[in-house]
Design a protein around this ligand. Structure first.
Ligand code: ARG
Ligand code: ZN
Length: 878
C-alpha cells in the first residue's frame, strides 16, 4: 500500500496517448512570495483517438480555489494529487477550462515549479514542475500555445520575463506593474518559464546568416554584469554554429538567458528563456578557472542547441529523455570540438569527455541504478537525468554518425527535423530518420540490432586477441555484456571498432573500421614483414571496455607512435592502471620502473605535443576508474597506492617538473583559449608534483613559490592551482592560504564553493577530512538549502573523495546518512543525488561493506522518504 505522496512505478510499456488535448493556455500570475495567485484559462478538447474518460489533471502542493467549465462552476473530485473532472461537455468540440490556484514560492525549497531565490522569482518545470504551478496535463506530448501575464510590485520586481515575445506592459494600481508575453511556438509544459526580479542584462543584437535580426540577452543580479561577457560570446557562437553545421537557425526574435544561484541542475532550455545555474553563466578571470570558462561555453551551447533538439522536436514521454539529451550532449561536444579548432585540441576535448564517461557512467552501468539509455521504468523521473541518458546517450548518437559518415549524419538530422518538426517523438523515430536518410549504410542495414544500445543496459566488453603468422596478422574481437538489474542475458551490439596497425618502425601500416555485429569477428591483414602493434577502438569509437592484454612494450610503442591521440593517451592510462592494480593486489607498495618513468618524462619534455595533452597523459587514472577494475575495493588502499605512485612520479621527475613549470607558467594577458589554458593546466600539474616532492624531501622552496604564486596570480586558474598544490601536498602554508583566499572572495558565492570543495576533497591524512567537513558545516557561509553549496561541501566529500569517505569506523557513512535524511526534507532531488554516493557499496571490502549496508538500510527505514531517495536506496539494497 502506498502512503500519501508516494507514487507507483511507471513503465514505458504502459504509455497511452492523452485523453484530452490542451490547445491554448492563458496564464495570469499575481506574484507574491508568500502566496502567488495563478489564473489558468485553457482551451481543452477530447482526443478523438482515445475512448471517452474523465479529465485527470496533474497537481502538486497547490491550493485550489475555483474550477469553471465554459464559465460555469462544475463538480470535481481529487484522486491523490490529481484533479478529476467527470461532467465535461459531450463531443469533440473545444471547451473553456478555468482553474484558479495559489502556491507559496518562498516556501518552495525543492526548487521545482515556482520558487524564490535572492528575492527574485524563478521556475523549473522539467520534468514535472509545471504541476506545482497549476493543474495541467503535465506530460511532454501535450503541446499548447501560451500567453502569460505577470503582475508584481514594480519596485521589487522591475523585470518580468516569460517565454516568447513581450507584447504589452504597463503600470497597475498600488505600485504594481504587468508584462504580457506570447510564445509563438507551441510547447510542452516542461518548457514553460517565468522570471521576475531586480535583474540587469547584457544585450546584443545579431543578424543571422539567413538575414533575420535577433536580440540576445543575459540577465544577472546587478553586481554580476561584468561577468557575463563570456556567456554572451558563447551564445553568439552557438547561434552561428548551429546554423553553419546543421542548418538550424534561431526561430525567435528574442533569446534570453537568466542566471540564478539556487538551481538543482546545470541549466534549463525553456523556450526563449533559458534559466541557468550561475555556475554556468558568470565568469571573470579573477573568479573563474579555465575549466569554468569551458563549461560555460558547453552548457550555453547545450541549452541553446535544445531549441531544436528538444524544443522543436520533443519527447513523447520521459522514457525518451535521451532523444533530446543524448543528441544535445553530442551536439554540444561537437560544438566545443569545432571551437577548439586544431585536431590536437579536438582530441583533448574527446579525451576529457571519455574520461567523464568512464569514471562516472561505467560505474553507474555496473551498479544498482544501471538502466538502458531508454529506461523501461522509473519511480521518480528526476533520478534518470543520468550520465547514462546524457553521456552514454551521446555516444549512441556519435556511433550513428560513425556508421553513416559525417555528411550522412547531417542529412539524417535534416530528415529528422523535417519529418518531426512540432512533434513529440521517440528514440526509435530518431534512429529511423538517420537510417532512412542513409540507405545501404551500416546503420540502415543493422538498425534493429543497433537499437539494442537504447534497450540493453550495461557496458559491453570487447576482448581482443591477436596472432601473427607468415606475414598475416589476425585480431579476433569477442563481445559480451555483463548482466544488469532486470536484464540477465544480452544480445550482441553493433560495435564500430576503429583500428590501425603500427609497424615496428612506428609507422602506420594498415587501418580501418570493423563494424561488429557478431559475438566474435576477426580482422585479418596480410603481407606484413614484421609483427605490428594494434591500435584498437581509436577515438573511443564505441562506449565499451576493451579487454586487451597488451605488453608494456606494445603500450610504450603506442604512447610514442600512435597517430591516434586518443589511443596514445589510453596507452599511458593502461600503463598507469596496470601499475596501480599490481600494487593494490600485491603488497600495496610498488617502485615505478625506469621504462615507465622514462616514457612519462619524454611526453612531458616532448617538443611537439600540446601542453593540454601532456597534462592529460601525466595525470594518473582516477581512483574510481581503477576501483571499477577490482572485484573487491578498499578505497583507502586504492587512494594510498595512487598517492604513492604520484609521489614517485613527482620525485623521480622533479627536474622535469621544475622545467615544465618554468616553461609554462607565464601566459601573457589572461585569455581562456585552449592553448594558454593548456599551458596553465600543465604548469598547475607541475606545481602540484613539485609540492608533493617537497613533502618527502623536506624542501621548502617550492611550497614557498606556490604560496607566492597563490598571492600574486592574475587569474583564478593560477591562483586556485597554487592553492590546491599546497592543500593536496598537505603543506602547512595551506592554512594561511585558505584563510587568505576566503578573505579575498567572501562576497563571491561561486568562489566560496571552490573553497569548500577543495577542503572536502583534500587527501585524507589519518582521518582528518571528516572533522574538517563537519566543522565547515557550521561555517557561517555554509547553507544546506543552496544546492551549489551543499554539493561543494557534502558531495565533494561523500562522492568525490573515496579515500576519506570510506572509513573503517563507518563515520563517513553515518555522516552521509544524516545528510541524505536532512536534505530529503529540504530538496529530494539533491538528496537522491547524494544517496547515490553509495551505489558501489557491494564491491567494498569488509568492514566497510557491512557498515555501508547498515547505513543505507537506516536511510531506507525512514517512513516518509521522498520517491527520489526511496528509489535509490531500494535499488541499492535489492
Ligand atoms: N533539460 C535540462 C538540461 O539541459 C535539465 C533539466 C533537469 N531537470 C530536472 N529536474 N532533473 O540538461
Ligand atoms: Zn539537456
Amino acid at each position: 500500500m502506498l502512503r500519501e505522496g508516494q507514487n507507483a512505478v511507471i513503465y514505458r510499456a504502459d504509455y497511452q496517448p492523452p485523453a484530452y488535448w490542451i490547445d491554448t493556455v492563458d496564464l495570469c500570475f499575481d506574484l507574491d512570495p508568500a502566496k502567488t495567485r495563478v489564473l489558468n484559462k485553457m482551451k481543452v478538447r477530447r482526443n478523438p483517438q482515445v475512448a471517452p474518460q474523465p479529465l485527470k489533471l496533474d497537481g502538486d502542493e497547490l491550493n485550489l480555489a475555483r474550477v469553471l467549465v465554459n464559465g460555469q462552476g462544475t463538480s470535481f473530485k481529487m484522486e491523490g494529487d490529481r484533479l478529476v473532472l467527470e461532467n465535461l461537455p459531450e463531443g469533440d468540440a473545444p471547451f473553456d477550462l478555468e482553474i484558479f490556484t495559489t502556491c507559496a514560492p518562498a516556501k518552495n525549497s525543492k526548487l521545482m515549479g515556482l520558487y524564490t531565490s535572492n528575492d527574485s522569482f524563478f521556475t523549473q518545470c522539467e520534468a514535472e514542475g509545471f504541476r506545482r504551478i497549476t493543474y495541467f496535463l503535465d506530460r511532454p506530448d501535450v503541446m499548447a500555445s501560451y500567453t502569460v501575464t505577470l503582475r508584481a510590485d514594480k519596485q521589487k520586481y522591475p523585470v518580468l520575463l516569460s517565454n516568447g515575445n513581450l507584447v504589452d506592459q504597463g503600470d497597475l494600481d498600488d505600485g504594481r506593474h504587468f508584462a504580457k508575453w506570447v510564445d509563438p511556438h507551441r510547447k510542452p509544459s516542461y518548457l514553460f518559464a517565468l522570471v521576475a526580479g531586480q535583474l540587469v542584462c547584457r544585450e546584443q543584437k545579431i543578424t543571422s546568416r539567413s538575414g533575420n535580426d535577433h536580440l540576445l540577452q543575459v540577465y544577472v543580479r546587478a553586481g554580476d554584469l561584468d561577468k557575463t561577457e563570456h556567456a554572451m560570446n558563447s551564445l553568439i557562437a552557438s547561434v552561428a554554429w548551429d546554423e553553419a553545421r546543421f542548418g538550424l537557425p534561431l526561430d525567435l526574435e528574442r533569446f534570453m538567458i537568466v542566471a540564478t544561484s539556487d538551481f538543482n541542475m546545470g541549466a534549463m532550455e525553456n523556450k526563449g528563456l533559458n534559466i541557468f545555474n550561475t555556475k554556468y553563466v558568470l565568469a571573470s578571470q579573477a573568479t573563474a578557472t579555465d575549466t569554468d570558462f569551458m563549461n560555460i561555453e558547453s552548457v550555453v551551447g547545450h541549452e541553446y542547441f535544445h531549441n531544436w533538439s528538444g524544443n522543436r522536436v520533443t519527447c513523447r514521454d520521459w522514457f525518451q529523455l535521451s532523444l533530446k539529451e543524448g543528441l544535445t550532449v553530442f551536439r554540444d561536444q561537437e560544438f566545443s570540438q569545432d571551437l577548439a579548432g586544431e585536431a590536437s585540441a579536438r582530441a583533448v576535448k574527446r579525451i576529457e569527455d571519455v574520461r567523464v564517461l568512464r569514471t562516472a557512467q561505467f560505474p553507474e552501468d555496473a551498479g544498482p541504478m544501471a538502466h538502458p539509455v531508454r529506461p523501461e521504468q522509473y519511480l521518480e523521473i528526476n533520478n534518470f537525468y543520468t550520465v547514462t541518458v546524457y553521456e552514454k546517450g551521446a555516444e549512441v548518437v556519435r556511433m550513428q554518425q560513425t556508421l553513416v559518415g559525417r555528411e550522412g549524419f547531417e542529412k539524417g538530422l535534416a530528415q529528422y527535423f523535417q519529418r518531426h518538426d512540432g512533434q513529440a517523438v521517440t528514440c526509435d523515430d530518431f534512429a529511423q530518420a538517420i537510417a532512412d536518410a542513409n540507405p545501404g549504410s551500416h546503420l540502415a542495414n543493422n538498425l534493429e540490432q543497433f537499437k539494442r544500445w537504447y534497450s540493453q543496459a550495461g557496458t559491453p566488453r570487447v576482448k581482443a586477441t591477436t596472432r601473427f603468422e607468415n606475414g598475416t596478422y589476425e585480431i579476433t574481437l569477442s563481445q559480451s555484456c555483463p548482466p544488469t538489474p532486470g536484464q540477465a542475458a544480452k544480445e550482441p551490439f553493433v560495435i564500430p571498432v576503429a583500428w590501425g596497425l603500427v609497424g615496428a618502425d612506428g609507422r602506420e601500416v594498415a587501418g580501418g573500421m570493423q563494424v561488429m555485429t557478431q559475438a566474435t569477428e576477426t580482422i585479418r591483414v596480410d603481407g606484413l614483414a614484421s609483427e605490428p602493434v594494434p591500435s584498437l577502438l581509436r577515438g573511443f569509437s564505441a562506449p565499451v571496455v576493451l579487454e586487451w592484454d597488451a605488453t608494456d612494450a606494445q603500450l610504450l610503442a603506442l604512447l610514442e607512435h600512435d597517430t591516434d591521440p586518443f589511443n596514445r593517451w589510453e596507452a599511458a592510462q593502461r600503463l598507469g592502471v596496470r601499475r596501480m592494480l599490481d600494487a593494490i593486489r600485491g603488497s600495496g607498495a610498488i617502485t615505478l620502473d625506469d621504462a615507465y618513468l622514462q616514457a612519462m618524462r619524454s611526453i612531458l619534455r616532448h617538443p611537439k605535443l600540446d601542453a593540454a595533452f601532456k597534462e592529460l597523459v601525466l595525470t594518473l587514472p582516477a581512483e574510481t576508474y581503477v576501483s571499477e577494475q577490482l572485484d573487491e575495493v578498499d578505497p583507502q588502499r586504492v587512494h594510498a597506492v595512487r598517492e604513492s605512485l604520484r609521489e614517485q612520479l613527482a620525485s623521480a621527475l622533479a627536474g622535469d617538473w621544475a622545467w615544465a613549470y618554468e616553461e609554462h607558467k607565464e601566459n601573457g594577458a589572461y585569455r581562456p583559449d585552449h592553448v594558454s589554458a593548456g599551458r596553465r593546466a600543465l604548469a598547475g600539474l607541475a606545481l602540484t608534483h613539485l609540492c608533493i616532492a617537497a613533502r618527502s624531501s623536506g624542501d621548502t622552496v617550492w611550497p614557498g613559490k606556490a604560496y607566492q604564486r597563490f598571492k600574486d596570480a592574475s587569474n583564478m586558474t593560477d591562483r586556485f592551482n597554487a592553492l590546491s598544490a599546497l592543500v593536496v601536498s598537505g603543506h602547512e602554508l595551506s592554512r594561511p592560504a585558505l584563510d587568505r583566499f576566503h578573505g579575498m572572495f567572501r562576497g563571491e558565492a561561486l568562489v566560496l564553493d571552490k573553497w569548500f570543495a577543495l577542503q572536502a576533497g583534500a587527501p585524507d591524512r589519518g582521518g582528518n577530512v571528516l572533522p574538517v567537513v563537519r566543522s565547515l558545516m557550521q561555517h557561517p557561509d555554509f547553507n544546506l538549502r543552496n544546492p551549489n553549496r551543499a554539493r561543494s561541501l557534502i558531495f565533494s566529500y561523500c562522492s568525490a573523495n573515496p579515500g576519506a569517505f570510506h572509513r573503517a569506523d563507518a563515520a563517513g557513512y553515518v555522516f552521509w546518512g544524516d545528510r541524505v535524511l536532512e536534505l530529503d526534507g529540504v530538496n529530494p532531488q539533491v538528496a537522491a543525488r547524494l544517496a547515490r554516493a553509495m551505489d558501489r557499496w557491494r564491491k567494498l571490502a569488509e568492514p566497510m561493506r557491512s557498515a555501508a549496508r547498515e547505513a543505507i538500510a537506516r536511510v531506507a527505514a525512514k517512513p516518509d522518504l521522498s520517491n527520489d531517495v526511496r528509489e535509490v536506496v531500494t535499488r541499492a539494497l535489492a
